[in-house]
Design a binder for this molecule. Structure first.
Ligand SMILES: Cc1cc2nc3c(=O)[nH]c(=O)nc-3n(C[C@H](O)[C@H](O)[C@H](O)COP(=O)(O)OP(=O)(O)OC[C@H]3O[C@@H](n4cnc5c(N)ncnc54)[C@H](O)[C@@H]3O)c2cc1C
Length: 440
């Protein structure tokens, strides 16, 4: 059997894999990117039809290419996918699509890894795992076994027409949950939205998008999650030109808000009595950003128009003041539950010493505990922005530099070796048969 060799193998050609390829090329590292589907597949088929980017086009992009779009607009998901495809073409990324990595093990007695793929075996000196932060949809164990109720994860939601007639319970009020609930309500559905702990930054304040504010205030670069915020989701939306997520407005519009979903029993669902508290905490987060923005403007003497109306809150709707704590699913006409409850990772194929006992990557800024194995694209890999489009590009640069440095160490020869005229040790990919740059 022929074994292909390469210095660096990148698994996954989403935005993280494309960014990796750009930086590896800049460092002169021979590499290959394997993608089991198509470039940026998650943006094509793993998101609902009407999704647009959460950040404006001037922000949610790589430095090397602008969107063909008004910079303040929010790119539709298909345009995001097309953007990464165009980017890969622009940098001539050596991406092979339709090839799945099935298993990776360390080579015995020598450096590098044996990578078993759907199209053969590859010997790689370095491996970059760019398989995404959102691989396996998570549905909590409380999900009911209630005949007659359709249950899907937000990853499988595409549009209102796919759901059976009837009311919908959306569990989870992060960016996915609120946008899906809003879309369903606008399509004429009765919607219950279960709201847990969340942050909800203003879409824009004083003529600047929140992405701008998080940037100038240094919040995208925060290196660790604030204590107590580990399980706090962020509710933002670029839909319909972009707007602040305001739960009171969603209620005014006709969505029934409920607290965190507690459990299901005998056709009934129960909710925590924490809705008002969750909304108040979301308000605190919103107002804190306005305060920080005002202080920044004053300190730097910026000429940005005041916006006192941003601090005016709508009155609490009845579903907040008299919260529903229990609901009979049939009586409420609920025929669908959408679980907008997040994702987990799946590294069963990665059989190296880079994972914790619970299967989470063990790494520092993406450099794993298994020499030669790297992760990129994960939330908080190095900072808050790490799993977002612009953030992953910077993390990829760090990892490519690390790999380039390791190659230098590897090529080092001591005085005796130099005197004896020993050639630098070749990495597998430096052999003439293994130049895969430009391979498709
Ligand atoms: C609903 C939603 C909206 C989002 N909106 C935004 C936004 O507006 N702005 C923003 O900056 N971020 C956004 N994100 C976050 C993030 O940008 C996306 O999740 C993005 O897709 C992550 O890119 P990635 O390259 O890390 O992973 P992915 O896009 O998931 O790419 C990983 C790739 O690896 C491939 N793969 C996996 N396993 C293997 C294997 N074994 N062999 C070969 N290939 C494999 C997959 O097919 C996939 O194509 C959003 C996330 C979600 C869920």
């Amino acid at each position: 059997m022929t074994i292909e060799t390469i210095d660096t193998l990148v698994v996954g050609a989403g935005q993280a894999g494309v960014a990796m390829s750009e930086h590896l090329s800049r460092q002169g590292v021979p590499h290959l990117v394997l993608e089991r589907n198509r470039i940026a597949e998650a943006w094509r088929t793993g998101r609902w039809d009407s999704l647009v980017a959460n950040g404006p086009a001037w922000h949610d992009r790589f430095p090397g290419l602008e969107f063909d779009l008004d910079p303040d607009a929010f790119a539709p998901k298909d345009q995001v996918a097309a953007y990464f495809e165009a980017y890969a073409r622009k940098i001539d990324a050596p991406i092979r699509t339709g090839v799945e990595v099935k298993r990776v093990v360390r080579n015995a007695g020598r450096a590098g890894f044996r990578v078993e793929t759907s199209e053969g075996i590859i010997d790689a000196r370095h491996l970059v795992v760019a398989t995404g932060p959102f691989q396996r949809p998570v549905i909590p164990a409380i999900a009911p076994e209630h005949a007659g109720i359709t249950q899907i994860h937000s990853a499988d939601y595409h549009n209102p027409q796919q759901l059976p007639e009837g009311a919908v319970l959306v569990v989870g009020a992060g960016s996915s949950g609120v946008q899906i609930a809003d879309e369903l309500q606008r399509a004429g559905r009765q919607v219950y939205l279960s709201v847990g702990a969340h942050d909800r930054p203003p879409r824009a304040y004083r003529n600047r998008d929140f992405c701008w504010w998080l940037g100038v205030l240094g919040e995208w670069d925060a290196e660790t999650v604030q204590p107590g915020k580990e399980h706090v989701t962020i509710a933002v939306s670029g839909a319909r030109g972009g707007h602040t997520v305001d739960f009171r407005r969603l209620a005014q519009q006709g969505i029934t808000l409920v607290g965190l979903t507690k459990g299901f029993r005998e056709g009934r669902v129960t909710f925590e009595a924490n809705l008002a508290e969750n909304i108040a905490r979301g308000d605190q987060n919103y107002l804190a950003l306005l305060d920080a923005a005002d202080a920044y403007i004053a300190r730097n003497g910026l000429d940005l128009p005041e916006e006192p109306e941003a601090r005016i809150m709508l009155p609490d709707p009845p579903c907040v003041t008299q919260p529903i704590l229990e609901l009979d699913l049939d009586a409420a006409g609920i025929t669908t539950i959408i679980w907008a409850t997040g994702y987990s990772v799946d590294y069963r194929w990665l059989q190296v010493d880079a994972l914790t006992e619970t299967g989470k990557p063990r790494h520092q800024r993406g450099v794993s505990s298994e020499p030669g194995v790297y992760f990129v694209g994960l939330p908080w890999l190095s900072r808050r922005g790490s799993a977002f489009i612009w953030g992953v590009w910077h993390d990829a640069r760090h990892i490519a530099e690390h790999i380039a440095k390791q190659r230098l160490y590897y090529a080092y020869r001591d005085a005796a070796q130099r005197q004896a005229g020993a050639e630098p040790r070749t990495t597998p990919s430096d052999s003439p048969t293994a130049s895969l740059m430009g391979a498709r």
